[in-house]
Design a protein around this ligand. Structure first.
Ligand code: MG
Length: 287
């Protein structure tokens, strides 16, 4: 059933020819790479199966901290992909891991703004995750919180952000699940999580620990979670400034797909190792 050996289609080669057989892990961006809006990219689900057949573990690697791994899997299934919860790696999980590295107390309180994905990741990591509610700002738990975390949260109010900022100021840092300052929408953009993080950073003067692409922490979290060295992983994505930069900064092999948001790389842009029209073209066609 497996079509061995797999080979990258190197017609757009930028770096050395990788032996596909050396890879064990593929970090896959979602929007713009496996689907675009509500439309699956042609050949994307077959691509994921080819990875599996070749013994390369697909990891669905997303900066979206609002969704839980279960809801990412549900979305993948709706789009026709095979996927399991342990194959999903979110920037919220990486944020919870970053908190774990710095806070040893079991059950410590973490004040956060963000969605269900961040709350669940913090709770799974053993923390007492409490959504910052401005009405609580003088409650005693705020003074005993050990950490603060920020994920995209359109419902967050000025008072909620004030609470998170005070905790970040006191402990000296906070986790930010991704640095994207703008989210593209049909008629323009909405401020992204990075914009909320900039607000908290300005108010608190605290260190910002970014856990989403392109920050190396996210790739390192994935490599360590799956027990794979950098030279045995590659990343695939449509965003030069997040997916490809993450590859450049960690030394893992990077594949840029033209199926999403970025135009052709220009001088000065992060440099992909390989460029293909879509994941359907990543591997040399049989025969
Ligand atoms: Mg993308």
């Amino acid at each position: 059933m497996a079509e061995q050996p797999l080979q990258f289609d190197t017609s757009a080669l930028r770096r050395d020819v990788p032996e596909v057989a050396r890879f064990e892990l593929a970090l896959l961006d979602l929007d713009g790479t496996l689907w675009r809006g509500n439309d699956v990219i042609d050949g994307a689900s077959e691509f994921v199966e080819r990875l599996r057949d070749a013994g390369i573990r697909p990891v669905f690697f997303t900066n979206n901290s609002s969704r839980t791994p279960e809801s990412v899997v549900a979305a993948l299934h709706r789009m026709g992909f095979t996927a399991s919860v342990d194959e999903v790696c979110t920037s919220a999980q990486a944020a919870a891991d970053a908190v774990s590295q710095r806070v040893a107390e079991p059950g410590a309180i973490v004040a956060y703004v963000g969605g269900e994905g961040l709350r669940e990741a913090l709770r799974t990591a053993g923390f007492d995750a409490r959504r910052a509610d401005g009405k609580d700002i003088r409650e005693s738990w705020v003074e005993s919180a050990h950490a603060a975390a920020v994920g995209l949260d359109p419902a967050a109010t000025y008072a909620d952000l004030a609470l998170v900022s005070r905790v970040a100021y006191r402990v000296g840092w906070f986790a930010l699940t991704n640095p994207d300052v703008r989210l593209p929408v049909e008629d323009g953009f909405m401020p992204g999580n990075g914009a909320i993080g900039a607000f908290v950073a300005a108010a608190s003067s605290a260190e910002v620990v970014v856990t989403g692409k392109p920050d190396p922490l996210f790739v390192q979290y994935a490599l360590s979670r799956y027990g794979v060295p950098a030279e045995r992983a590659f990343i695939v994505g449509d965003n030069l400034q997040t997916d490809i930069l993450a590859g450049n900064q960690t030394g893992i092999y990077s594949v840029f797909v033209r199926s999403g948001i970025s135009g052709e790389p220009k001088p000065g842009d992060p440099r992909p190792d390989l460029i293909v029209d879509s994941v359907a073209n990543l591997f040399r066609q049989k025969g």
